[in-house]
Design a protein around this ligand. Structure first.
Ligand code: MLT
Length: 408
């Protein structure tokens, strides 16, 4: 009789955004007359920029002609895209990352879930609390997290780094030493950021204790303040302790198109039997074995993101969403809410009113304003009593949602 990976049985409930989707569908079925505004999952609403559409059309046409048709993509990504990434996202920021340290994929969510595979199950992970649920859930699936306590909603073998109003939603170096540290800045879900000096402390710490930092920079395009790092590789010493995950979903609207990349510097090594093993080689081996590369069409679209017109068009799109963030933040403040985020990130993090739990507020908001958000407790125990709204809706829906919330 076959056996299953029983780590899956340890996972409590379903994936956060699936649970929300189900609840919203039930509400909509029971109230077909109500127009629900969804500011829950961070999914974009603006169409792909013209320059990206042109690149997609061009690539589709190439696929239709024998002389330009492409089959399997190189498993680590086409050179044209890796070179554009290395230049624009790293060299232009003064960071030393070469094209062959970039692994193109079909999105940062998969990479953020899969990256743990190249590390031992004996490693201890540290996560921010609240946190993007993928980091924890995928470590549960791998059997790295110990047992779950439904009372505290915590795993016995995970180091939680509370991010609360008291520390400005920035994690502090944990007392117990982790092997793998997940950081995401600008942060999902709180929208908080750290300064370059603060991030440098993490890099110094990781190098000192021999930990690896898995740095999710998916929301980097939303940074508006000067002292906020756009990549961990702005920090000295990051090449020996960090892996960076990047997405095209949020800066270029590829949530449905799918494209992302992971950076693993060749200097990131582990000592095994007296030898240095490059984590770059392990990920290349994994990529080569389990993956046939992101589609050519998408990679051409990704290349267009870095064209001069692409930069202008996408800056406008980011500004559009950040205007929504302003509408949400100012509207909530006027309505008397305690609010943070929304300055360097498309997420607004609010304190639930009148001591409501996060899920109580979810129901209250859905029933009374027909607005969907994300309960903070879904991201971890320190998110209890908080709630996340996304700026990725349309401007019209965002304004309407705030009008409804103010009337509640
Ligand atoms: C979120 O809402 O937290 C994100 O959109 C989810 C994701 O990017 O996978």
């Amino acid at each position: 009789m076959f056996k299953i990976n029983d780590n899956y049985l340890k996972l409590p409930g379903s994936y956060l955004f699936s649970t929300i989707g189900k609840k919203v569908n039930e509400f909509q079925a029971a109230h077909p007359d109500k127009t629900v505004i969804r500011l829950g999952i961070g999914d974009v609403t603006q169409p792909l920029a013209p320059v990206i559409i042109d690149a997609l059309h061009g690539a589709v046409d190439e696929m239709g002609k024998a002389e330009t048709f492409r089959g399997y993509a190189p498993d680590l990504g086409y050179e044209f895209l890796r070179t554009a990434i290395a230049k624009n996202d790293y060299a232009d920021r003064g960071c030393d990352i070469s094209a062959d340290e970039i692994f193109v994929s079909d999105g940062a969510k998969c990479d953020s879930g899969n990256i743990q595979e190249i590390f031992s199950v004996d490693n201890k992970i540290a996560v921010c609390d609240p946190v993007y649920p993928v980091y924890v859930d995928t470590n549960v699936m791998a059997g790295r997290t110990g047992t779950y306590d439904p009372q505290t909603e915590m795993w016995s073998d995970v180091i939680y780094m509370p991010c609360t109003a008291a520390n400005n939603f920035a994690p502090e170096i944990p007392r117990e030493t982790p092997d793998m540290i997940y950081l995401c800045f600008p942060n999902n879900p709180t929208g908080a950021t750290v300064t370059k000096a603060q991030l440098q402390e993490w890099v110094d710490y990781a190098n000192k204790v021999g930990a690896v930092i898995i740095y999710d920079a998916a929301y980097e395009a939303y940074i508006s303040e000067p002292d906020v790092p756009h990549t961990i590789f702005e920090c000295e010493g990051a090449r020996t302790c960090a892996i960076e995950l990047k997405s095209f979903s949020k800066n270029a609207g590829f949530t449905g198109t799918r494209l992302g990349y992971t950076v693993i510097p060749k200097d990131l090594t582990a000592h095994v039997d007296g030898k240095d093993v490059m984590m770059h080689s392990l990920w290349a081996r994994r990529h080569g074995t389990k993956y046939n590369g992101a589609p050519y069409i998408q990679q051409r679209a990704g290349e267009a993101v870095y064209s001069p017109e692409g930069k202008v068009q996408l800056a406008k799109q980011v500004a559009y969403y950040m205007n929504n963030a302003k509408v949400i933040k100012e509207g909530l403040l006027k309505a008397g809410y305690t609010v943070s985020g929304g300055v360097n990130a498309p997420y607004i993090w609010l304190k639930t009113p009148e001591e409501m739990t996060s899920w109580e507020f979810f129901d209250y908001l859905l029933e009374n304003a027909n607005v969907v958000g994300t309960p903070g407790s879904g991201f971890g125990p320190s998110g209890e009593g908080y709630f996340r709204l996304t700026a990725f809706g349309t401007y019209e829906n965002t304004v309407a949602a705030l009008e409804r919330i103010k009337k509640m």
